[in-house]
Design a protein around this ligand. Sequence first.
Ligand code: PMP
Length: 288
Amino acid sequence: MKIYLNGKLVDRERATVSVYDHGLLYGDGVFEGIRAYRRLVFKLEEHLDRLFESAHTLMLTVPLSKAQLAAAVIQTLKANHLADAYIRVVVTRGPGDLGLDPRKCPRPTLFIIADRIVLYPDQLYREGLSIVTVPTQRNVPEALNPQIKSLNYLNNILAKIEATNAGSAEALMLNAQGYVAECTGENVFLVKRRAVLTPPPYVGLLRGITRDTVMALARRQRLAVREEVLTRHDLFNADECFLTGTAAEIVPVVRIDGRVIGTGRPGPVTGVLRRAYQRLTRTDGVRY
Ligand code: PMP
C-alpha cells in the first residue's frame, strides 16, 4: 500500500512520523474521513472545505491548496488501484519540541491514507442498532468546538469505552444541559409523523457532511426536515431513529437505553433515505 506523506507516495512501512510531531504529542492537528464509491470521490469539496476551516481556526497551515490536496487524494487512490475506498486526510502541526507552543513547529505534516473500507455487518443495517446514553457529556463548544475536526478525540473515545462497557455498540452523547448531541462518530436523527428531526449544531455536535446530505435528500422526498433541540424523551418516543456518518452512511437505531423505538425494526423512512443515499453515492462525486 502506498501512503501519501509530505508530497511523496511511500510504502506503508516507510510512512512514519516523528515522535516529536505535535499531532501525536498533543493531538494538535485536523483530519477528514472521505469515501470513494466506484471511482467517484463523494463530497470531496465539502470535506476539504471542512478540513481547511478546522485548520484555519487552529491557525494551522495546510501545506497544499485545496486543488492540490484534491489532486493528492486522487493520486493516492490511483496509486492503490482502489475503486471503493475510505480515505483519511490528516494534517498535523508537525515536529516541534516538547513544549506545546505551535510556533516551534515550522513544518506541518500531511498524510493521506486510502484503504479498503471495513463495512459494518449487513445484519446491523437489517436489524438496527441498540445504543445507550453515556455519562461523558459532549465537549462544551465554548471550550472545544466540535466543528473543529481535530486529532483530539478523547471526548468521543471515553464515550465509546462507556458504551462498550455497557455492552452497546454505540454511545449517545448529551450536551452539558442534557440535550441530545450526537454519537461518537455519527450524527443522530429521529423521525416522528413523517418529520425528520436532528439537533442544531449549536447544541454541540459536528455538523456532519452526511447529515447535510441526508437533510437535503429528505427534503427531496417531501418530508419535513427540522433542526430541533431534542431530549432523550423525544428519541424514546420517535417512530424511527437513525445515525449518519461518512463511514457508516445511515444506520437504523431500534433501541435506546432499553426503550424500543417505534416497531423495534428499521423504519420505512430510514429505508427510503438509505436507498436515496446509496443512489447518490453511485452517481455523484469527483471521478478519477
Ligand atoms: N460526529 C462526529 C463526532 C464525527 O466524528 C463524525 C464523523 N466524521 C460525524 C459526526 C459524521 O460526520 P460526517 O457525516 O461528515 O462523516
